[in-house]
Ligand binder design. Sequence first.
Ligand SMILES: Nc1nc2c(ncn2[C@@H]2O[C@H](COP(=O)(O)OP(=O)(O)OP(=O)(O)O)[C@@H](O)[C@H]2O)c(=O)[nH]1
Ligand SMILES: [Mg+2]
Length: 370
Amino acid sequence: MKLKEWIRWFRSLFFRNNSEPCPVFTVLVIGASGVGKSTLLNFIHYMQHCSTFNAAVKTKIDLLLPVEVDANDKVTYMEKYTNNENVNTVGRSCTQKPMDHIVDYGRFKIHYVDTPGTNDTRGIDQDKLNVNLIVDHLAELPEVHAVLFVVKNDESKLGTTFESNLQLLLQMLPRKALKNCCFVYTFSAPMDFKHGRMSHTLKEFASNFNECHAIDDLQITVDNQYFVDNVAFKNLLTLQNGGQITNLDKSETVWDISKKNIDRFLRHACNIDPVFQKDFKIATVMQKLGKVMRNRGFFKGVELDIEKRRLMASVSDWAVTGEAILCQRLKDGANGLENDEWEQAAAEWKAKDGEIGKLVEEIAFLMTDN
Ligand SMILES: Nc1nc2c(ncn2[C@@H]2O[C@H](COP(=O)(O)OP(=O)(O)OP(=O)(O)O)[C@@H](O)[C@H]2O)c(=O)[nH]1
Ligand SMILES: [Mg+2]
């Protein structure tokens, strides 16, 4: 973290004027099913109330959302249920739709959005449905500061499923949101909170992704990677439910290290420039535009006049879909349209192609709407 960010963070802790509204930072939590997104949020919420494992054992607080708990080989469920968590069916993906949870840190609040995981046990169609649910939810959020990818540090089943899941999640974002991506490695205690295989895989993925889009926006750095193990939270619940755990000292250490990592993430999240609702909306229309261009056969490269190439450049400026990659390759030096050029372009495209014209008009409206 840069010195400037430390100073801003420190000031936000101690010098907020009471008349100023409490800032709210929004964090979108995404990742494959079962990596521990929902458990992490409960853990984070508990950490906010209790800084140590010992203090937490003595303090029972309301959880943000219900989770499965293993206690003495039994599966125990929390008493508090919502329709959104499908905790009754063993082996089934838990979170069913995006859910908002606010954690109050006094001087600021974090608005976490828990989401259903990809690689859903119900298959690829459900994954696409889940992504659509997230996109719809994003369209309602005023801004997003951090996009927190949750991955398992010890993941050994690497390969195409993992990559296609990651693609699916990234593709829903505007290109500018790539700079807001952060990575939490769960299940990190067995590896002493050091990099497991996942970090190498992520770096390789990011490098290919950037190369395909001819960008360098997706970066995996020391500052945006965090290690936690939610086992400390699970152990806490086991103890609170009358169960026993084998290694109390270990849970304390796991809690402390996870908390340090989460505190580091919070400092980072509070210092990121947000991506606004309008950006998500524009990116969604750009993604549609890319699809229509594909259907029209634009990517076959025949008769690519400057108007088509400028639209392509705009799609590749805003979106990170497969179509955006093709647009990037075929734009041939053209620049994307400036904000004040969309209205004129809409009129011209409407005369040539109604469907494209309508999408360009939507973008024109979003570009000028304050
Ligand atoms: N040991 C260990 N177990 C974990 C960790 N994170 C989660 N779990 C367990 O893994 C299981 C799945 O956790 P969830 O929090 O429901 O996972 P999710 O990512 O929200 O899953 P979906 O809602 O299906 O997308 C639960 O039994 C958790 O207790 C971790 O860091 N360490
Ligand atoms: Mg969940």
